[in-house]
Design a protein around this ligand. Sequence first.
Ligand code: FE2
Length: 444
Amino acid sequence: MIDLLIRSARIAGSPDSAPVDLQVDRGVILEIGPASSDPVPARTIIEARGALLSAPYVEPHIHLDTALTAGEPRWNVSGTLWEGIACWSERKALLSRKDVIDRAEEILRWQVANGVLFVRSHVDVTDPKLEALDALLEVRDRVKEVVELQIVAFPQEGICSFPDGEKLIEEAAQRGADVVGAIPHFEDTREDGVRSVEIAIDVAVRHGLMVDAHCDEIDDEQSRFIEVLATQALRTGLRERVTASHATAMGSYNAAYSYKLQRLLQRSGINLVCNPLVNLHLQGRFDGYPKRRGLLQAKEMLGAGVNIAFGHDDIMDPWYPLGTGNSIQVALVGAHATQLTAPSEVEECFRMVTDRAAAALCLGERYGIARGRPANFMLLPALSPFDAVRRQVRPSHVVAHGRLVASAPPAATKLDWPGRDTELVDHIRLRDAAGATWRDRGDV
Ligand code: FE2
């Protein structure tokens, strides 16, 4: 008898949408085959009825250590990155290990309920005690049976411009961070910014870690540390193990420089992470009208073959007062913000919170729906990724390492409509703009 059988699901991204059955045992996908009504002995059977089977969402960029601190000790009234950093500097003095663990785990529970099973969290290491780092290292271990957490040693107040910044990033790597961060545009001088990238790359190479830098998160067309990061990634061979997060200055680059940059980023193999919720909120704050969007050039860089993922970034903290840890919401806002709204582009936005984000985290064969891989997946009551993004569906089932960890009934509204009573289920249409159709009404 196997542990789990999923009956009659359709795999997201599969060229033919024929329904399949999926067998799971001991946390691993045992078999994927054509849907059948033959009896299969299983401890748990989930009838998918044509729902979309997808690998889980991957959150490529969040700050779990700062989450749920908005308004403590004061609100960021200007809405700028800079006031956010000042507010956080005050809140940071009040941190305790338990405080960080409680808030981080609460957000992880929200994310798992939303279908997120892989998370890369930055953690501020410009704290001589590295309290938040130690707390998140403990959380990484506590949650590992459900969610895989990668921890980025993030020097919020700089590596070269903060007392002992270089020593702290080295210490964070030694204590067990998975990824080395940087914030070159925040350093005092351009030279310090370049040096901070070199230090981050050097620490990563020596400890065998990845790199994920907050890079050019400023509306300054002169901020061009991404070329330094990409060149270092290329020359050291770290390549796709390097990510440039935010890169919002790119939204202000001129066409000639953008063209040069496309070529460099494509050759370097680095990933980009765009954080549409937070950067639409933070950027452009110093502009009159017309006001810049403050986002990287997602459509153009995708066209050039650069891997891009969408991240949530902040949840109810000094930089962003909203958020529920829901990747499908990030995909929807990202589609609007980057004007990726043709049917194939909306499907690409879904990939930016699934496959593309998994590539940025270098998850390799730990991720994906295939025989022999860990049984991490979700069922979405949707026709297609396009449909899931449009209707903002929540997963009906989330399975982590073969175990059902979250489930939710479809949301339905009873309407009293002139001439007939009717039930509206999640705004379903039988055919979506990408051309997918439900087989019959019973599938819903
Ligand atoms: Fe960030």
